[in-house]
Design a protein around this ligand. Structure first.
Ligand SMILES: O=C(CO)[C@H](O)[C@H](O)COP(=O)(O)O
Length: 234
């Protein structure tokens, strides 16, 4: 079946953003280069603090070390609280996008403004238990929306189907702004769940296991894009 990404009546480009969390950390530079060669659109970088989420990953030093290795936009997902003291460090490390969680508080609107003041696109992320309406009052400053389709903290989890309705609602809210606001989905994304998300209104598929867990990264990225029948994004 072929369909337009981004919901009914809207033709959008589908992007694939491999999540470095699932890469071989002993070969991180080579992994970054490999997904760029394989046709990734963005590189997704998951930062975890062991407090906002029950896991640790990496910080701005690793992101800065990867920055010279690739031309891919760095899509940095901060699963940390508090967030404000660290925004400058991630901007300076070379992020093109920084997502913060609406649940991380306490002043998400200010945090998004701070990200933008650094010349970086500001994304708002929602956990699965958080309703779409929770981000209504930050839509004026959000450049991107990141819908967690698993509970954050770990790769390799099962996609939570109830998030599809939320993606539809968020697509309507994003379109109502009159601005082009990408909607990312993150967690348990493969060719099947990714296609469901694109039908619901998402346009950017964050994928860890379904890219780095495969032998052939190009085939994996192509398989994620294929159900939408749409070419690589910008
Ligand atoms: O944010 C994340 C976890 O908090 C990861 O980006 C996400 O889980 C992707 O991993 P996978 O595709 O393996 O589910």
């Amino acid at each position: 079946m072929s369909f337009s990404a981004g919901g009914p009546g809207r033709a959008r480009t589908v992007r694939v953003a491999p999540s470095l969390l699932a890469a071989d950390f002993a070969r991180v530079g080579a992994e970054v280069a490999a997904v760029e060669q394989a046709g990734a659109d963005w590189l997704h970088l998951d930062v975890m603090d062991g407090h906002f989420v029950p896991n640790l990953s990496f910080g701005p030093q690793l992101i800065a070390a990867c920055r010279p290795l690739t031309g891919l936009p760095f899509d940095v997902h901060l699963m940390i609280a508090p967030v404000d003291p660290f925004i400058a460090a991630f901007a300076e490390a070379g992020a093109q996008h920084i997502h913060i969680h609406i649940e991380a508080g306490p002043h998400a609107h200010r945090s998004l403004q701070t990200i933008k003041a650094h010349g970086v696109k500001a994304g708002i992320a929602l956990n699965p238990a958080t309703p779409a309406d929770a981000v209504a009052e930050v839509m004026d400053v959000a450049d991107l929306i990141l819908v967690m389709t698993v509970n954050p903290g770990f790769g390799g989890q099962r996609f939570i189907t109830s998030q599809l309705n939320k993606i539809e609602r968020l697509r309507r809210m994003a379109d109502a702004t009159g601005r082009d606001i990408p909607i990312l989905v993150d967690g348990g994304i493969d060719a099947t769940t990714g296609a469901d998300c694109v039908r619901a209104g998402a346009d950017t598929l964050v994928a860890g296991t379904s890219v780095f867990g495969k032998q052939d990264y190009r085939a994996a990225i192509d398989a994620l894009r294929a159900p939408a029948g749409i070419a690589a994004g910008g």
